[in-house]
Design a protein around this ligand. Sequence first.
Ligand SMILES: [Zn+2]
Length: 186
Amino acid sequence: MTAEYDKLSMIADFFNTQDRRMRYEGDPGLEHLSEPRRLYEWFLQHQLIAASDTVSEEDLQLTRALRDELRRTIVNNEHDGPVHGDKLVELMSLFPFGIVFGEHSDQLIPLVENGRKGLANLLAQVFDLRRANLWHRIRVCTAEDCQWVFVDRSRPGTGRWCSMKACGNRAKNKTFREKRKSETGM
Ligand SMILES: [Zn+2]
């Protein structure tokens, strides 16, 4: 399972390249993929491209679009609205794959180059995780001012907060305060 959890961590990290955590009122969050160079470094760090590959502005725009659409497929995502099926199909049509039959497992091999290959390799891992019924372990924190994406390693795999200590307690206290308000009419 370790390999699968490594893949899950990588995917969570991908979503968090758009860090939506609000540190102050009106904080727009942080876009880590601000330029092609950043995406190149991210792909390289996760071994999705080779050092000699290049990443273009177009790859960057495609990555962000794909990140937005994939984020909608996170099963407990209440922040981004429903999955745009057509849009996903349209995006996926840009990624042709070959299949290599191996002795122990089969593999999807991207038929595209450079930055797009990085994305295709990422998508192949998404495909593996979904097929292994592990996609639900990618969760997004339900706190509106957090929305951090995390991997739920608990047995039930139905976590709602990135951290029970921070976001979980904050939500509980809020419910408690609201309950008390309605009870005392204050
Ligand atoms: Zn959180």
